[in-house]
Design a binder for this molecule. Structure first.
Ligand code: AP5
Ligand code: MG
Length: 186
């Protein structure tokens, strides 16, 4: 079961993926988390990624695609995976389509989390991650509109997109996410 989560910064991709991963027993792959681990370990990849992340910009496609390609090759991902924060450009979506095809797999669905912008900003300012400053949040939101929104158009053409109202408590939203995922599993 391969499910792609798409949503603007603060929409709850990470929060909901964690809950759904437990519910259906698959692993959660967050490219943002992978980069933050690399930054913490001060690897070359981390140092490079930080140049983009700190300004709220996307890490270049070829770097992200290679990282995901390596990760999806891991045994733990063979039975399925929840993709959080990848793909976030049309080029990444095309690369994922090719990877999935190569492995004889398919994307079960693309869950789009929809949350009003003022709520996104409130959530992120409260969290205070390094890239949660007002300027960087605005840049991340702009990048989402320009680069990632078209990913949803890409998957609409494949009739894979299920839009979820991401407003409400974590538990409310999870009920909606779970219902959408369970429908796909039956
Ligand atoms: P990434 O780590 O993916 O960050 P993001 O997309 O900006 O999203 P967030 O992690 O901030 O939000 P989320 O949707 O996961 O929400 P969360 O559950 O955390 O990427 C970071 C950076 O890495 C990018 O800017 C880019 O530079 C780079 N990068 C990553 N992937 C890349 C890619 N594929 N290509 C290129 N570059 C890439 O929730 C947010 C907060 O809200 C939390 O505090 C949470 O507790 C709270 N919250 C969640 N749900 C609710 C709720 N229902 N009610 C109240 N609070 C809630
Ligand atoms: Mg996240």
């Amino acid at each position: 079961m391969l499910i792609v989560f798409v949503g603007p910064p603060g929409s709850g991709k990470g929060t909901q993926c964690e809950l759904l991963a437990q519910h259906i027993g698959v692993v959660h792959l967050s490219t943002g988390e992978l980069f933050r681990q690399q930054i913490q370990q001060a690897t070359k990849l981390g140092q490079l990624a930080a140049l983009f992340i700190d300004d709220g910009n996307l890490v270049p496609d070829h770097i992200v695609v290679e990282l995901v390609r390596q990760s999806l090759g891991d045994v733990q991902y063979q039975t399925g995976c929840l993709l959080d924060g990848f793909p976030r450009s049309v080029a990444q979506a095309q690369a994922l389509d090719a990877m999935v095809h190569e492995h004889g797999k398919q994307i079960a669905m693309v869950l789009a989390l929809a949350v009003p912008q003022d709520i996104l900003v409130d959530r992120l300012l409260q969290r205070q991650r390094k890239d949660d400053t007002l300027d960087t949040i605005q840049q991340r939101l702009d990048v989402y509109q320009q680069e990632t929104q078209p990913v949803l158009d890409h998957y609409q053409k494949q009739e894979l997109v299920v839009t979820i109202d991401g407003n409400g408590t974590v538990e409310d939203v999870f009920q909606r996410v779970k219902q959408a995922a369970d429908l796909k599993r039956t």
